[in-house]
Design a protein around this ligand. Sequence first.
Ligand SMILES: [Zn+2]
Ligand SMILES: [Zn+2]
Length: 136
Amino acid sequence: MPFRTRTDLPCPRCGVPLVRYADRDKWRCKRCVGVLLGPAELAVEAPWLLEEAARASTSAQPPCPACAQPMTTIGFENIELDRCDADKVVWFDAAELGLVVEIAHSEADREAELSQLEQQKPLALIQRILADDETP
Ligand SMILES: [Zn+2]
Ligand SMILES: [Zn+2]
């Protein structure tokens, strides 16, 4: 069954069922506050994460909520995110989201000087992920 139609996706970190955003390719864990983005959501919010090259990681990769295989570590700025290459989902740990926010803020400061559209990627992404907190 395609993972999008499943209602029992477990959090890769703590195992509790993820809560889906209504009609979105997006899930949140109520316990650890991590966020899972599916391919439709990524295509809109962060298409570069679908193409980001995998990198080696020293930390244990959590299992994909959909297929239970270990996810692949990918780089986003200087932090690591977890992606399932089969299902095209990307998991954001709450801690990783916090780090990305910090990066986004420092990027925002640099943006003021550089005025480069490219620099707005992390900030814009996290603003969209965190601001849209509606639940089904
Ligand atoms: Zn969790
Ligand atoms: Zn998977």
